[in-house]
Design a protein around this ligand. Structure first.
Ligand code: URA
Length: 184
């Protein structure tokens, strides 16, 4: 993972490298119960070189606490793309494609028991345009070097900041995640 982080820090495969202060490879526990995959770093994440450190990150940490989990204990947190898109725009397909080998290698090395894909990361990982409300509450899987990893979809924690009414749906998704990750 250290070697991978160095490769990510030096990557110039897409234009996002030009705007970054720091690449944001990911952080957390190896062989975790849960690997959270978000979309892309935001401004503060880019400054600190860590994923999900701002308000969406606090919301994510609260979500994890609700299922007795944390980055310090049993979770690894990463993103589809490792460099911040300017103005926090959505990553472009070409940027997602350029960064995907890093994510796949990271999953291979981290060896999570389950994956929680939040927001648009779900559609990217599952290579589908289906809306999130149809992807939720289903146990999908992602095969990485022959290993089939259960994957659960939920709304992005940033959405909950503006739409707290969706917390009930996220709670349901977290219960399903708990089950597939062997935590309940
Ligand atoms: N910060 C991240 O690292 N990822 C997101 O998807 C949002 C904020």
């Amino acid at each position: 993972l250290t070697t991978l982080a160095k490769q990510i820090a030096g990557c110039t495969a897409c234009g996002l490298c030009r705007g970054r202060q720091q690449a944001v490879p990911g952080e957390g526990i190896m062989q975790p119960s849960i690997m959270v995959i978000g979309e892309a770093p935001e401004a503060l994440d880019d400054r600190e070189g860590r994923p999900f450190v701002d308000r969406p990150g606090l919301m994510l940490d609260n979500m994890l606490t609700a299922i007795q989990s944390s980055r310090a204990h049993n979770v690894y947190v990463s993103n589809m793309v490792k460099c911040r898109p300017p103005g926090n725009r959505n990553p472009k397909p070409i940027e997602l494609q350029a960064c995907k080998p890093f994510l796949m290698r990271q999953i291979e090395l981290v060896r999570p028991f389950s994956i929680l894909a939040v927001g648009r990361a779900a559609q990217s990982l599952l290579e589908t345009q289906e809306p999130l409300d149809q992807l939720r509450q289903v146990t999908h899987s992602l095969t990485v070097v022959g290993q089939k990893i259960p994957l659960i979809v939920t709304y992005h924690p940033a959405l909950l900041l503006n739409h707290p009414g969706e917390k009930a749906a996220v709670w349901q998704d977290l219960q399903l995640l708990k089950t597939v990750s062997g935590m309940s």
